[in-house]
Design a protein around this ligand. Structure first.
Ligand code: ZN
Length: 241
């Protein structure tokens, strides 16, 4: 049964990473009811997913209206996607960073599947707005992060479900420094500190090494981006941790 909800609800693709955490805060500022969805696809480490509950709880405590608005969390099991990725790696099980700057575990079209699953879940929950942290500004390597890709997908999903569907990507046109800036605008120092402390970015799942910008190996492309964005944002606005 399709129980209609107000058009002011949103479903956020929430992995527990930096970008999706900022997107969740963004959605909590904007929509009256916000649900989250995470995907388990047999990631090599669960560092990111493991942070989801902590982040959700902390966001709830940050502002009374965020507490009111943050609603159900859903986890979808997409382990088949992990197996596809494994298949591509039979020659060498080590994670490598390819010339394109992508980890060799990259699953082609992953975000297309994520949004399609999210849309199916949203349909059932009466939510027509899907929110994701994709960005094409400083990481053009992922073709399924591109605005054209996602807006075309939104049209296809709308046609395929005969329901209007909107895909919102608040980070699409800003770089990582801009993401830190948005974090500060949305929740000030408490939110910046939460993102530093609890959101996870590192490809290798390292949470034993703490840097000024958060936990991670400090060397992989994801750590690199996070650090550079942090340094550039701090240089611009003089934020003192
Ligand atoms: Zn790393």
């Amino acid at each position: 049964m399709d129980t209609a909800m107000p058009a002011t609800s949103a479903l956020v693709l929430f992995s527990g990473g930096q970008d999706s955490t900022v997107c969740l805060a963004w959605a909590l500022d904007k929509y009256e009811r916000v649900e989250t969805v995470g995907f388990n696809y047999g990631q090599r480490h669960s560092a990111e997913l493991g942070q989801r509950d902590r982040l959700r709880a902390a966001l709830r405590e940050m502002k009374p209206e965020w507490d009111e608005r943050l609603s159900s969390d859903h986890m979808l099991d997409l382990t088949e996607l992990g197996r596809l990725s494994e298949t591509a790696l039979t020659r060498d099980a080590e994670i490598e960073i390819t010339a394109a700057g992508l980890p060799s575990t990259f699953v082609p079209g992953r975000n297309l599947l994520f949004f399609t699953y999210a849309a199916a879940l949203g349909y059932r929950r009466g939510i027509r707005t899907l929110v994701g942290g994709m960005c094409e500004t400083d990481f053009s390597g992922y073709p399924d992060c591109r605005n054209d890709t996602l807006q075309t997908l939104a049209k296809a999903i709308a046609l395929g479900t005969d329901t209007p569907v909107t895909i919102e990507t608040p980070l699409m046109w800003i770089d990582k420094a801009g993401t830190w800036d948005l974090t500060n605008k949305l929740g000030g120092k408490p939110l910046v500190e939460l993102v530093v402390e609890e959101s996870h970015t590192c490809y290798l799942g390292i949470r034993s090494r703490r840097h000024e910008w958060g936990y991670g190996c400090g060397h992989c492309p994801a750590c690199d981006l996070r650090r550079k964005g942090w340094e550039s944002w701090r240089a611009q606005n003089g934020y003192a941790p």
